[in-house]
Every structure is written in C-alpha cells, then in structure tokens.
Design a protein around this ligand. Structure first.
Ligand code: SDX
Length: 429
C-alpha cells in the first residue's frame, strides 16, 4: 500500500506521509500542510489529532485495551504495586530489586514538607477546595527546590530523579494536610516505616492518641486505585502538562497545571460527581430507572459513563468494580449506592441510547465507592485521582523535556470575530 495520503484542494493535489505506530495505528503527517497549502486542519476537541509521539501508554478504545509501557493494566493490577508501576511509567522498564528499593527509600525519606509550608497552609481560607490547595502547593513546593524548578531544561533534567521522587512522596502529605485543614484537625507527620498508601491513610486518619489501623486492607485497595490511575495517554490533564512543559516550564509548574485540568467534572472531577449523582438518586427514592430516562432525554448526564477514547468497557472500571465488592465485604458493610450503581450499569448496558453511543462505565463509575468506604470525603476524590496520575504526568513532562526536537505547543484557530474596524470615540458610541 502506498504509505501516503493525498489532499486535493481546488485543482491541486498535496501528498503527505503516513506515520504508523507500534500497534499499527496510523496518522497522516500534516506538519507541512500550512506551509504547502496555506490551509490548517480543524478538529475541535482534538478527537482526531495526534499531538505527539509517545512510548508511555497505549490505548485501543474499541477493544478496551490499556497498556503502560507494553504491560496490560490487568497484568499490572494483578502483579504490581503503585510505586513499581510508577517506576515503570517514568523510566520505561520494570525496576530490578535494587532499583525498586532505592526508589522506595527515596520516596519514604521525602514525605515531610518544609515547616514554612505549614504556614502557607495557615494562610489559606478555611473552606479552600482541596484541588485548589493541591495545585497551589505543588507549585509552591518548587520554590523550596529552586535548583529543580529552574526552567532551564538541562538543569531541571539533571535533578529529575530527585524531583520525581519528591513529588510522588510529598503529594500525599499535601493532600492529607488539605483534608486535616478542612476538618480542623492537626497535621499528622508521615512515618518512614509505612508503605505508600498506608502512610497516606495514616496522615489522613491517625490521631495523637490513636494511630490509624488498616483492619480491612484499605491500603491495598487504595494502592490498586492509584495504580489504575497512573497514566492514560493524552487525556485532558496529561495534554495540559505537555502543553505547559513544551514552553520549557519546570516539572512542578507543569504538574500543578495538570491538577487544574483534572479538576473539571468532565475529567477527574467525575468520580466525585458519580457519588453525588448516586446520593441524589438514593435520596429521591429512585432505583436508577428514572434517572436513566432523564439521561436519555438529555436532562442529566450519567456521570462515570462514556469516554472520548473507550467505545468499549474501560478495563479499569472492570477491575475497580470487582475490587469494590471485596473491599465492602472485608469491611462488612453494604452501600446502597453500590446497588444503585449496579442498577444503572445494568440498565444502561441494555439500553439502545447508550449502546448506539457506545457509552460504557469508565474508571470513575465505581472508584468513588471504594474511596467512600475508605472514609475519604467526596471533595477529596479528585485529589486521589491526581495522586494516582502524578507518575504519568511526570513521565510525559520528561518525554517533552528530554526531546531536543520538541517544539512549543501552539495550535492555530479559525477566526470568527469582526472584520477590521476603526476605533469609535466614547462620545460617539
Ligand atoms: C476521565 O481522556 C481520558 O483518558 C480521561 C480519563 C483518564 O484516565 O484520564 O479516562 C478519565 O476523564 C473519564 C471520563 C470521566 N467523565 C465522566 O464520566 C463524565 C460523563 N461523561 C461525559 O461527559 C462524556 O462521556 C465524556 C466527557 C467522558 C466524553 O465526552 P465526548 O467524547 O466529548 O462525547 P460527547 O459529549 O460528544 O457525547 C457523545 C454523545 C452525546 O449524545 P448526542 O449528542 O450524540 O445525542 O453521547 C452522549 C452525549 O450527550 N453522552 C452521554 C454521556 N456521555 C456522552 N449521555 C449521557 N451520559 C453520559 N455520561
């Protein structure tokens, strides 16, 4: 097959090469289009546009496939941990025992934040939203390590390993502090002897007189939750991180921007929106059927359903759905919201409206129920998503920063404003 694409504009033909990826996905390389034709492409929402070549994650939305550095999410969920998968995503290979031990040690010894940052917390309003705190404090963190946040790419890359470990470690501390501030409790210092998710739950729920005890294996469920969120190709927040990184901005500023993009209810904010939706349905006495009709009539969105890429079941949703039953079983609790979620899923998967639009549960549909079972408040759910996605953002920043050919991201537009006009003095308007 001729590995080119031809575009006919008027009586002229223009030919462009086809780029083919590892898994035989194809793209038309239009990097010379405007120079040769004066035309640009128009693709609002970038649904048909590849912004980069990346070797971190592969998704086949039609088949419901997700792989991090070639390993299936099912394989990693079954055999790996969040920190091991974070190492894989950032460095490209599963770590040796020595490498993993060194990575874990760097993370466990980096959990404390500078006491001056505690004062920064004091200056925040009492009802500050956790995602606003997280984004701000990740950027502020860079101020304490100016050598790692210099905006001189060569220098920032030299300190990359330390910055990556420091961010993955301290993001938990900052998140837990945001929660403790919100509920008016004293901050709890991290411990060096606890595993990653265990230390987070300790900083969230331990009291001076009583250390948090993980009786129901919540740390394991949380570790799996974080692993499943670790990277997901060029989603809205990861593309934001790449956009900011493309200007030469440092890692701290780039991931802080990623937090802001993730916050939106159509993206990372959906896990909280799902639980609020289930709570509303429960409170109304509806078993879900009425809500489905409202969603079909366009009067409501079935949060946690649908995906720009997955036109099949999100493999992460399947894994989380199975974990929810285990976690609630271990806790010995039942959650009426889970029954409603099951009803909604059952109804939607058998309804023409959802079938023809290929709408399936996504990663957010069940994840909130696990977080709720762990005692994490709803307005901290998206913070949990951000903790999980941080390794992916870090890996994408590095892919841009270490590529000497990378260019600043600067899309074009179709202008629809007024034609040229002259200034009209105030008195004449
Ligand atoms: C994440 O990109 C990623 O990888 C993201 C993510 C990651 O790991 O980073 O996977 C995480 O963000 C998951 C998605 C979480 N968001 C939600 O659960 C919010 C609910 N979902 C929708 O808002 C929506 O499905 C999106 C935003 C996820 C995708 O939107 P698209 O691709 O722009 O699709 P669309 O809005 O154009 O919808 C196509 C049709 C429309 O109907 P018609 O105009 O054809 O009649 O499907 C309908 C939509 O109304 N539709 C829904 C629906 N989602 C789409 N109808 C009811 N409920 C929904 N949830």
């Amino acid at each position: 097959m001729d590995n080119t694409a031809t575009i006919n504009i008027g009586d002229k033909s223009f030919t462009y090469p086809i780029i083919t990826g590892t898994e035989n996905e194809n793209a038309v390389d239009l990097r010379k289009l405007r120079a040769e034709t004066g035309y640009i492409t128009f693709d609002e929402g970038y649904g048909n546009t590849g912004s980069c070549e990346s070797s971190i994650t592969y998704i086949d939305g039609e088949k419901g496939i997700l792989r991090n550095r070639g390993y299936s999410i099912e394989d990693l969920a079954k055999n790996s941990t969040f920190l091991e998968t974070s190492y894989l995503i950032i460095y490209g290979e599963l770590p040796t025992e020595t490498e993993l031990r060194a990575f874990k040690s760097k993370i466990s010894s980096n959990a404390v934040i500078h006491t001056n940052m505690h004062t920064t917390f004091d200056g925040l309003s009492a009802n500050a939203r956790p995602m606003a705190i997280l984004s701000s404090m990740l950027n502020v963190l860079g101020c304490y390590y100016p050598q790692m946040a210099s905006n001189n790419r060569e220098q920032d890359l030299e300190f990359f390993d330390d910055a990556a470990a420091l961010l993955i470690s301290k993001v938990r501390t900052i998140a837990a502090m945001a929660y403790r501030k919100e509920v008016g409790l004293p901050f709890v210092h991290p411990r060096e002897d606890l595993r990653y998710a265990e230390n987070f739950l300790h900083m969230m729920f331990s009291e001076p007189y009583k250390l948090f005890e993980d009786k129901a294996g919540l740390a394991d469920a949380l570790d799996l939750f974080l692993l499943l969120h670790a990277d997901h190709e060029q989603n809205c927040s990861t593309s934001t991180v790449r956009m900011v990184a493309s200007s030469g901005a440092n890692l701290f500023a780039s991931v802080a921007a990623g937090v802001c993009a993730l916050w939106g209810p159509l993206h990372g904010g959906a896990n909280a929106a799902v639980v609020r939706m289930l709570q509303q349905i429960h409170a109304s006495g509806d078993d879900g059927k009425k809500f489905i009709e409202e969603a079909k009539a366009g009067k409501a969105k079935l949060m946690g359903f649908g995906h720009r890429v997955y036109k099949n079941y999100d493999p992460r949703a399947k894994i989380i759905g199975e974990t929810v039953d285990k976690v609630l079983g271990k806790l010995g609790v039942s959650d009426p919201l889970l029954d409603i979620a099951h009803n909604l899923e059952e109804a939607a998967l058998n309804d023409e409206y959802f079938i023809e639009r290929k709408l399936y549960p996504n990663v957010d549909f069940y994840s909130g129920i696990i977080l709720k079972a762990a005692g994490i408040p709803v307005d901290m759910f998206t913070v949990m998503f951000a903790i999980g996605r941080l390794p992916g953002w870090i890996a994408n920043w590095k892919e841009i920063a270490s590529n000497t050919q990378s260019r600043i991201h600067r899309p074009r537009q179709i202008y629809t404003g007024p034609n040229l006009r002259n200034y009209v003095p105030l008195a004449e308007r």
